[in-house]
Design a protein around this ligand. Structure first.
Ligand SMILES: Nc1nc2c(ncn2[C@@H]2O[C@H](COP(=O)(O)OP(=O)(O)OP(=O)(O)O)[C@@H](O)[C@H]2O)c(=O)[nH]1
Ligand SMILES: [Mg+2]
Length: 381
């Protein structure tokens, strides 16, 4: 039994492209005074450099819309908070109108999904008019119901950020969460640098406040939390494994185990979309041939399957020629977790995606896959 590596890889690439094309567009309004660190935040959280100076197209007097072709994220950057009460009122009106217009479209791609209201921690104090703005906005928000996250930016003093956070929470505003962040390392002096922090929490809070249909998009566009990417990818593997177990429940002759391939192709596509990494067909071919593919004739074939079957309760050696549900599940888990390990390594920069095409790289992947098969259940650490 051999798997047509070329065809499976082509299927994977098609599935990945379709998956990415079908991601819903995430729309965020980022509000706050000039200089609080909105652009710095945007560039630290999302994987494309979106907020370069001069970017964005004015859509209302106080809002600019930032998009990038093929990237499923739109950011509305507000300005004018520092210009006094009248300007702030206008900003509020424009924000509410933009949200209403989005809702009227009755299309998830057009709705505003979240507001980040940024307050600079370094400014030392919360202006009463900012609290007032949030309170007024909450009134309107009873109807339009967009989750508001208060982001305390430039929070290099955690103590100060904590004090501010408490003071804001005491105001009992209608906000999802108050999150302190330092988007970029902050150099106090040559010997003392405060490391960036808090962006992972922001992503988590954001994920909790978004509907299901936007979860994949959030993971695709964000680069601030590898943990969240992994968590979502592991859920994909669990779902695919359950499907493979069901499909394999009626023993499938080994020669037919290709019927499982669509489940695994879909799994690879979903994981790739969550990581937002560029993979080519030759890379996928390298991955498949190191796991379930041509060399997988041995992996899936006599040697490994018979040795796996020994570990799987209820499958005797008599069933040596059939792939059981449990085995299908095991292979799917091992495949998914190996792929996650690769994505994580590439994301961290510990590995180059092209390594998958080298002999050493393939050997490594094969090793990882086999380990995972033997473990029965592995964990993608
Ligand atoms: N080290 C460090 N500097 C920051 C951080 N956030 C903002 N800054 C600095 O603060 C200044 C203002 O940041 P921006 O991100 O441009 O602020 P903004 O809110 O986009 O300002 P406007 O576009 O004028 O409204 C820049 O010099 C940033 O480098 C941070 O997390 N760490
Ligand atoms: Mg800016």
């Amino acid at each position: 039994m051999t798997i047509d590596t070329e065809k499976v890889a082509a299927d994977c690439i098609n599935a990945i492209n379709e998956r990415i094309r079908n991601l819903k567009n995430l729309n965020i309004i980022i509000a706050g005074k000039t200089g609080v660190g909105k652009s710095t935040l945007i560039n630290s959280v999302f994987r494309e450099q979106l907020a370069e100076t001069g970017m964005g197209k004015p859509v209302t007097t106080h809002m600019r819309k930032i998009t990038k072709k093929g990237f499923p994220l739109t950011i509305y950057d507000t300005r004018g908070f520092e210009l006094g009460k009248d300007a702030q009122k206008e900003v509020k009106k424009e924000v509410v109108e933009t949200i209403r217009e989005g809702l009227a479209e009755k299309d998830v791609n057009k709705a505003i999904h979240c507001i980040w209201y940024c307050i600079n921690t370094a400014s030392n104090r919360i202006e009463p008019e900012e609290i007032e703005w949030l309170r007024d906005f909450s009134e309107e928000n009873r109807v339009i119901q967009v989750p508001v996250i208060i982001v305390l930016t430039q929070a290099f003093s955690k103590k100060k950020a904590d004090e501010m956070r408490k003071a804001i929470l005491d105001e009992n505003l209608d906000v999802v969460q108050v999150v302190s962040v330092l988007a970029e390392d902050y150099e106090i002096d040559e010997d003392y640098v405060v490391k960036a922090y808090g962006l992972d929490l922001l992503i988590r809070v954001m994920s909790e406040s978004l509907p299901d249909e936007l979860q994949d998009t959030l993971q695709n566009v964000q680069k601030a939390s590898l943990e969240e990417k992994k968590r979502h990818a592991q859920a994909v593997v669990a779902t695919a494994t359950a499907a493979a177990i069901a499909e394999g429940a009626t023993p499938i002759p080994l020669a037919d185990c290709a019927v499982l391939i669509p489940t695994q192709v879909a799994m690879i596509a979903s994981i790739t979309a969550l990581f937002g990494l560029d993979v080519s067909k030759s890379i996928i071919m390298g991955f498949i041939s190191s796991t379930i593919g041509t060399s997988g004739a041995t992996v899936l074939g006599k040697t490994v399957v018979s040795s796996i079957l020994k570990f799987v309760p209820g499958v005797g050696s008599a069933a040596g020629s059939a792939i059981s549900g449990a085995t299908a599940g095991l292979i799917t888990t091992a495949l998914g977790e190996t792929y996650i390990l690769i994505m994580v390594a590439v994301f961290k920069g510990d590995m180059n995606m092209n390594d998958l095409e080298t002999k050493a790289g393939k050997e490594k992947v094969k090793q990882l896959f086999k380990e995972r098969l033997k473990l029965g259940k592995g964990s993608a650490e």
